[in-house]
Ligand binder design. Structure first.
Ligand SMILES: [Zn+2]
Length: 327
């Protein structure tokens, strides 16, 4: 009996030694069904991916890799090379990094893109001061979410020149050209019912964020605020789920003055929506959102007299009537 156990042990030892002389254990990497090769150290490899995703870069919002690789432990011939760097390079190549830049607009039209928010703000301040007696000139900043952080970015000096030129051109036009109003759409203007538009700058609003009673319309003036209402108020019980009106990317999730807890979503093409006075926020900055995704819950945070959603639609930085699209 003793000898048999000994024989089995010796046999196993020989088999293992032969295997370990000829083969070694590695991880096979598969991404999206495609086998990319072998790596030796799974922990190290995962850390390299995480370092790439978390890499700090000016104006970066997030980096997203196409798909997390799957690892399969396997024996390969010792002569087989592992390809850590090559596989990592492929994963990095298939990733997406998004950046936030700041465009200065004149009357809603983008004139110059700047990388630094503080610089953009001080430029807008300076220009608004310069043109304060020209009430027809509105200078503002809008967020530009882009995968190309070099695209159209100019220095503050160049931005200022562009904007001043645009203002001069638009002022000249006002004096030399008589504005002709198009009365063919006057029916919608006089009707008390708001005519719904299919899209805004090509962005379709497909989901009503909440259902409830409209308590304050766009443009209404009330004692609670100094200026006219920039959005639409819809009353609903605290905790009612709020859905995104269209596909987009979350560019703000936090507390902002009178808005209280709020979410801002950029839908592209200069279209942004705000969801204010929330009791809870579920979406995070940089998150990709599909229309209908629950992003927050109704509340009464900030300047609010009761539980309601303040829903705001912005086109190139200017608030427009949400009822043109929804409700
Ligand atoms: Zn409101």
């Amino acid at each position: 009996m003793f000898r048999l156990i000994n024989l089995v042990a010796i046999a196993l030892f020989i088999i293992m030694t032969v295997i370990l002389i000829k083969y070694r254990l590695v991880f096979e990497i598969t991404v999206d069904g495609e086998k990319l090769g072998y790596i030796a150290d799974k922990k190290q490899f995962e850390q390299s991916i995480n370092e790439f995703i978390d890499k700090k870069e000016n104006n970066k919002i997030y980096t997203k890799i196409a798909q997390m690789p799957s690892f399969e432990l396997t024996f390969v011939d010792k002569s087989e090379q592992t390809k850590e760097e090559e596989i990592l390079a492929k994963i990095e190549k298939d990733s997406e990094t998004m950046y936030k830049l700041y465009a200065v607009t004149v009357n809603g039209k983008e004139q110059a893109t700047i990388a630094n928010l503080e610089e953009a703000e001080s430029l807008v301040k300076e220009l608004n001061k310069k043109y304060k007696n020209k009430s027809s000139i509105k200078i503002a900043i809008i967020d530009v979410i882009t995968s190309d952080n070099k695209k159209d970015v100019v220095t503050v000096k160049k931005a200022k020149t562009n904007i001043v030129n645009a203002i001069n051109a638009s002022t000249k036009k006002t004096y030399t050209k008589k504005v002709t109003y198009n009365y063919t759409t006057s029916k919608t203007a006089t009707s008390s019912k708001v005519t719904k538009l299919a899209s805004l700058n090509g962005i379709k609003f497909t989901v009503t964020p909440i259902s409830g009673i409209i308590t304050s319309r766009f443009g209404s003036r009330e004692s609670i605020r100094s200026s006219s209402h920039s959005g639409l108020d819809i009353a609903a019980p605290k905790g009612t789920p709020i859905k995104a009106a269209a596909d987009g990317t979350v560019i703000f999730a936090g507390t902002s003055g009178g808005y209280g807890k709020m979410i801002k979503i950029s839908h592209g093409n200069g279209v942004v929506t705000f969801y204010g006075h929330c009791s809870a926020l579920y979406a995070k900055v940089g998150q990709t959102i599909s229309a209908g995704d629950v992003i927050a819950a109704v509340g009464a945070t900030g300047h609010a007299t009761g539980n309601h959603l303040h829903f705001e639609v912005l086109k190139n930085g200017l608030s427009i009537n949400p009822q043109k699209f929804l409700y």
